[in-house]
Design a protein around this ligand. Structure first.
Ligand SMILES: *[C@@H]1O[C@H](CO)[C@@H](O)[C@H](O)[C@H]1NC(C)=O
Ligand SMILES: *[C@@H]1O[C@H](CO)[C@@H](O)[C@H](O)[C@H]1NC(C)=O
Ligand SMILES: *[C@@H]1O[C@H](CO)[C@@H](O)[C@H](O)[C@H]1NC(C)=O
Ligand SMILES: *[C@@H]1O[C@H](CO)[C@@H](O)[C@H](O)[C@H]1NC(C)=O
Length: 263
């Protein structure tokens, strides 16, 4: 009796160890002998869920809706999964779309709208520091194609963008870890390739702007530097939650396995 109890306990310990060591991803392998218990399971590969990031930050719902309706989301996510080059996305907040009265996006064809959304990204990861070099390069083409280009200026650390129609700046970094950079910009980027070069000298409707922008900036008051790390957390913590759930499942399985074996 004593013997069987002891062996039962050691068997449980073994099952426990192995299920812990193998973590959530691999199927249970109760009989595998792992002489040196591996430390904590390796973190999941660097998959960045753009839908998730954009739905918790911002608010960027308008941009996310356009991404989904034009299916550009697949293009972006595909580029993000492609860790060789990565992606840099400039995301206007909902208030920027609201402030956009003229020219309006409602008259655009589906193809033009798609190009406009693609115009907000470049097929390469750029950290904020990289824009210093980019600003000397002249027009940089976007995912919409070479005739859809942006000019950058690095004004002592603040990145300014110029699309011809839109002159704006990066107001915070939502995520900036190779291969995915997401920067919040203050305006919707309007390309000359769609709206032409006949740009009105001063974009109309700056009058109601003070009403919108400072107040709209307040709720998500991330500072430029902190934005990247604090916004990265929700995704990692949620993957930890999933991992923990898997581990508990394995523990339960292991315990059941033990009982069945002995009774
Ligand atoms: C990405 O995040 C969204 C929103 O949180 C979720 O609905 C979707 O299932 C996630 N996709 C993957 C592949 O995990
Ligand atoms: C990106 O990778 C994730 C996780 O591997 C996968 O679920 C998703 O389908 C991929 N998306 C694209 C567009 O490649
Ligand atoms: C939409 O297009 C019509 C016809 O071309 C034009 O009259 C109208 O002003 C446009 N509306 C906006 C908001 O640009
Ligand atoms: C970008 O800068 C170049 C000169 O370096 C200029 O010719 C071009 O018009 C600018 N493009 C935009 C969209 O501002």
């Amino acid at each position: 009796m004593e013997f069987s109890r002891a062996s039962m306990i050691s068997c449980f310990a073994l099952l426990l160890c192995s299920s812990l060591a193998y973590g959530a991803s691999s199927p249970p392998a109760p009989m595998a002998m792992s002489p040196s218990p591996t430390p904590a399971p390796a973190p999941a590969p660097e998959y960045v869920n753009l839908t998730y990031l954009l739905s918790v930050a911002g608010p960027f719902h308008t941009f996310l809706n356009y991404l989904e309706s034009t299916k550009v989301l697949d293009t972006f996510q595909n580029q993000a999964n492609n860790t060789d080059q990565g992606i840099t996305i400039f995301v206007p907040k909902d208030s920027a779309f609201k402030a956009l009265k003229k020219p309006s996006l409602s008259n655009l064809t589906n193809d033009q709208l798609k190009s406009l959304i693609l115009f907000h990204a470049m097929p390469k990861f750029y950290s904020l520091a990289d824009f210093n070099k980019l600003s000397t390069k002249g027009p940089v083409s976007t995912l919409a194609g070479s005739q859809y280009s942006l000019n950058f200026t690095d004004n002592s650390g603040t990145v300014h963008l110029d699309s011809g129609w839109s002159k704006t700046k990066v107001s915070s970094a939502v995520h900036s870890t190779d291969p995915v950079a997401i920067y919040q910009v203050d305006k919707v980027l309007l390309p000359e390739a769609i709206f032409g070069t006949d740009i009105p000298p001063m974009p109309p409707a700056p009058a109601p702007a003070p009403d919108i922008s400072p107040a709209a900036d307040a709720p998500s008051a991330e500072t430029k530097g902190k934005g990247s790390s604090s916004k990265a957390e929700p995704s990692t913590s949620s993957s930890h939650r999933i991992m923990n759930f898997g581990t508990w499942n394995q523990l339960l399985l292991a315990l059941f396995g033990g009982w069945v074996m002995f009774f």
